[in-house]
Write a protein that binds this ligand. Structure first.
Ligand code: MTE
Ligand code: MO
Length: 559
């Protein structure tokens, strides 16, 4: 490891060396390109797998588009026409390749400088991705994952290249003519550590480096093709989705009552935007379901089996409802809950056409990827407007949320009801069938438990003494909330101002202002449903059927 010496070489002198044809400098640049390609491919592949709407490359591309002055955009459109986006991606690819080659060269000259260049890529990618609207939490990891992979691969290739260089130098003679890299790196390999690595012949080390480089290039190419394939399938469906016109609702949602949305600073919106909606599923790759190929089958204990295609579904009289859905894994105070405006056809109408036979008490719904949920037949046939949903907040379902159709059942946790990428409804009995999560330690039935959350002030955040505003949400789907109370340091419960809910099936916002002097406070919230049943005080884990306990936060009030 005598390469510190290379780093000490002046930039001018060093620049001539790696730039000379046939020196390892050229190979260092190649190593940079392969390493960065591997990083980008890993980022794209993981993105393609976890969420089709995410792509570090298109994230950066989008940020470039946003940052570019309108005149340049007009110019690009004029010159490249509709291929402007392709031109942008090609341009980005070339720019990244040039920077990657530079990173390889720099790393060859001075350890960690090339890593730093790749690290800066990662941070730029991060900033670009953060600025994109569609992007959700886990996207943040992707540019860092890409940069980390790039650095690791470069480190690996560099150590091979140095072995090669060291052995070449140690021989103190040019390698055979066939070797592309023959010039010894002056000084660099002659350091004190060079001795043990120095072989009598550069052949094996040279071969090892070239194998590593070639292997890296092959893996990056195959991974890139795979990512492109996955992305292509999802992109095709995304394209179809973006052109889909949803029918208007025959039974529209009741309007959001005045005052339902308390405009308290720091409060989550009453209706959760799609891009912020929590996502939970077992799907490693988001199923890309072409609506033209989609059918929903009603099978099992029915008088008539039914096959429903998407066009037929869209032609049914649609119902639109606000419903707050929640995950059974939502901790007290957690954010695995969201409220959306769903458009769909009531499941009970489809089930009525099929005619469940007597004895049936469960519907096992199945998704494209084989996941299942077991829902009480009653919850799908009573008056609660369980929907075969096609729309979410005025748009077709996002791919991540079940495009083209999913179930939404007010009052039940998602794992027993909210099947995304829906393909089958099997009418059956709890005695005969089980949903995916039941044998894995979760209850057969999963009614949502009444709960409440403090969102303002954020837990652990310091606030100024005086009048302190508290606010949050409370929910008891399909029953509704009658009362929310707050208590300070386990004192008396104080009733808060409860905003009108959109419906019994949605969460309600609440707020309360309290005069507080400087000090530390423990604040707790509890909700009571419209039947007068208060939420459970005793703490319990999320498994097997949902967490209980009061959301408790600590607030530091400063003078
Ligand atoms: N196909 C499929 N549908 C699914 C799941 C799944 O793993 N696969 N998870 C369920 C669970 S546990 C929840 S909480 C909800 C979450 O829906 P969302 O991702 O749209 O918020 O989807 C449900 N539907
Ligand atoms: Mo869930």
């Amino acid at each position: 490891m005598g390469f510190d010496l290379q780093g000490k070489a002046s930039v001018g002198a060093a620049a001539t060396r790696p730039g000379t044809a046939g020196t390892p400098g050229r190979w260092a640049a190649a190593a940079g390109v392969v390493a960065v390609a591997a990083g980008v491919v890993v980022g794209e592949l993981v993105a393609a797998l976890v969420s089709p709407a995410l792509s570090p490359m298109t994230g950066v591309g989008g940020a470039v588009i946003d940052a570019v002055p309108p005149a340049v955009k007009d110019w690009a459109v004029a010159v490249f026409g509709t291929a402007d986006k392709l031109a942008l991606l090609v341009g980005m690819g070339l720019a990244i390749a040039a920077l990657a080659a530079l990173a390889g060269l720099l790393e060859w000259r001075r350890r960690f400088t090339g890593f730093a260049v790749i690290g800066i890529f990662g941070v730029v990618g991060l900033v670009a991705v953060l600025g994109r609207a569609q992007v959700t939490g886990n996207a943040i990891a992707l540019p860092l994952l890409a940069a980390g992979t790039g650095i690791l691969v470069l480190r690996w290739l560099m150590s091979r290249l140095r072995d090669w260089s060291t052995s070449t130098t140690a021989r103190e003679r040019p390698a055979p003519a066939a070797a592309p890299a023959t010039a010894p790196i002056a000084g660099g390999a002659a350091g004190p550590d060079a001795g043990p690595d120095a072989g009598p012949d550069a052949g094996p080390d040279r071969r090892r480096f070239l194998q590593a480089l070639g292997g890296g290039a092959v893996v990056a190419t195959v991974g890139g093709a795979l990512a492109a394939g996955l992305r292509g399938a999802a992109a095709g469906v995304s394209e179809i989705r973006s052109k889909l016109a949803l029918p208007s609702a025959a039974s529209p949602a009741s309007p959001v009552p005045a005052g339902a949305e308390l405009r308290l600073d720091g409060m989550d919106p009453l209706v959760t935007p799609n891009r912020d909606f929590y996502r939970i599923d077992t799907a490693l790759t988001v199923p890309a379901v072409d609506p033209d190929a989609w059918v929903l089958r009603v099978t099992g204990m029915v008088e008539r089996e039914i096959e429903l295609d998407f066009a037929t579904l869209l032609a049914k009289p649609m119902t639109e409802r606000h419903v707050t859905i929640a995950c059974v894994s939502n901790e007290v105070g957690g954010d695995l809950i969201g409220n959306a405006l769903w458009l769909g056809w009531p499941v009970r109408e489809l089930l009525a056409m099929a005619g469940p036979t007597s004895g049936a008490d469960m519907v096992l719904s199945r998704s494209k990827d084989g996941w299942t949920a077991g829902t009480p037949l009653e919850a799908l046939t009573d008056d609660r407007d369980a929907l075969i949903a096609v729309g979410m907040n005025g748009e077709p379902l996002p791919l991540e949320h079940g495009f083209p159709a999913r179930l939404v059942v007010p009052g039940l946790y998602g794992y027993v009801s909210a099947t995304k990428w829906l393909t089958e409804l099997k009418v059956t009995r709890f005695a005969d069938d089980v949903g995916y999560w039941t044998p894995r330690g979760w209850s057969e039935r999963g009614p949502i438990k009444t709960s409440s959350r403090i969102d303002v002030p954020r837990a652990g955040r310091a606030v100024r003494a005086g009048t302190v505003a508290f606010g949050g949400v409370a929910w008891a789907q399909h029953t509704g909330i009658s009362k929310v109370e707050l208590r300070v340091n386990r004192g008396d419960w104080q009733t808060v101002e409860l905003a009108p809910g959109i419906s019994r099936d949605t969460w309600y916002q609440w707020q309360l202002s309290l005069p507080l002097t400087p000090g530390q406070y423990e604040i707790q919230v509890r909700a009571t449903d419209l039947n007068g049943v208060p939420q459970i005080e005793e703490r319990s884990q999320v498994a097997p059927d949902g967490a209980t306990g009061f959301h408790t936060i600590r607030v530091d009030v400063t003078p």
